[in-house]
Design a protein. Structure first.
Length: 273
């Protein structure tokens, strides 16, 4: 029998996850989503066949897994309201809220809970996500496997064994879609200066990124080797790569990811207050 999974919050990321679960064959009857507005929930019940309710406590009362998917800024209030119901049921807690540590969640929900933190990213909305997961010591192997299956319905999963490494996950995948969108934006602008129509430049840049990622994921070669395979001595690609290297692309990316991880650490301290 499938575990009963309750999503507290039915925003875009939560909808992507339980939508992916249903598409992957998870029984819709074992999924419940909550929201403050019935207008938000009605289309989900109709399209996916999942259970919906505006009553968080009632939804938790029958849950084996509770996915906390509300904004970090209101999580404390939501957890305070759910504390007694959570303690009575002792479900697996999965949080997809950025910046909230497992210790903070336990302080709000009560002790002796299996807690998994998940850092997904927005490509989960199109089934191409990348998620980093961390489990506290009370989480058993079966619960880890369940969390893996849940998140693999919308992409790939990588586990980290130390919670602070989720800050690195945030830097390399959680926030990183925006890095690539910035690159698309810059490439489109540069291509238009070279004379291409903007629409053509955008399509070519995006398809090239998609193709490069597909090649890399389906190859046993390192990115460095794949890069060298595109570069002919004295050719156009070599000239472009030399320019990027001398312009400090590596240093800029390193600085951006360090800044991202540092902000994740700052958010954790701010939200814990």
């Amino acid at each position: 029998m499938a575990s009963n999974v309750t999503f507290i919050g039915a925003g875009n990321m939560a909808s992507a996850i339980f939508g992916g679960m249903v598409q992957s064959g998870y029984p819709a009857s074992a999924i419940t989503a909550t929201a403050t507005s019935k207008a938000t929930l009605e289309p989900l019940a109709k399209q996916l066949g999942i259970n919906t309710t505006t009553d968080n406590q009632a939804a938790v009362a029958k849950a084996d897994v509770v996915v906390l998917s509300v904004k970090p800024q209101i999580m404390h209030t939501v957890c305070a309201d759910l504390r007694d119901a959570i303690q009575a049921r002792k479900p697996l807690i999965i949080s997809i809220a950025a910046g909230l540590t497992s210790d903070t969640l336990e302080s709000w929900l009560g002790e002796e809970l299996a807690v998994i933190r998940c850092m997904p990213n927005t490509p989960s909305l199109v089934g191409a996500g990348a998620a980093g997961l961390y489990a506290n010591t009370l989480t058993n192997a079966e619960q880890r496997d369940l969390a893996t299956d849940l998140m693999q319905s919308v992409g790939i999963v990588e586990w980290v064994e130390e919670e602070h490494l989720l800050d690195a996950v945030t830097a390399v995948s959680g926030s990183a879609p925006a890095y690539f969108f910035l690159m698309f934006e810059a490439m489109e602008e540069a291509a238009t200066r070279l004379g291409l129509p903007a629409a053509s430049a955008r399509r070519l840049a995006m398809q090239t990124a998609f193709g490069a990622a597909s090649m890399a994921m389906n190859s046993d070669k390192s990115p460095a080797e794949l890069k060298r395979n595109v570069m002919s001595p004295g050719g156009t690609t070599e000239r472009a790569i030399d320019h990027l290297e001398h312009a400090g692309l590596r240093e800029a990316l390193d600085g951006a990811m360090q800044a991202c991880a540092k902000r994740a650490q700052e958010m954790a301290r701010e939200l814990a207050k």
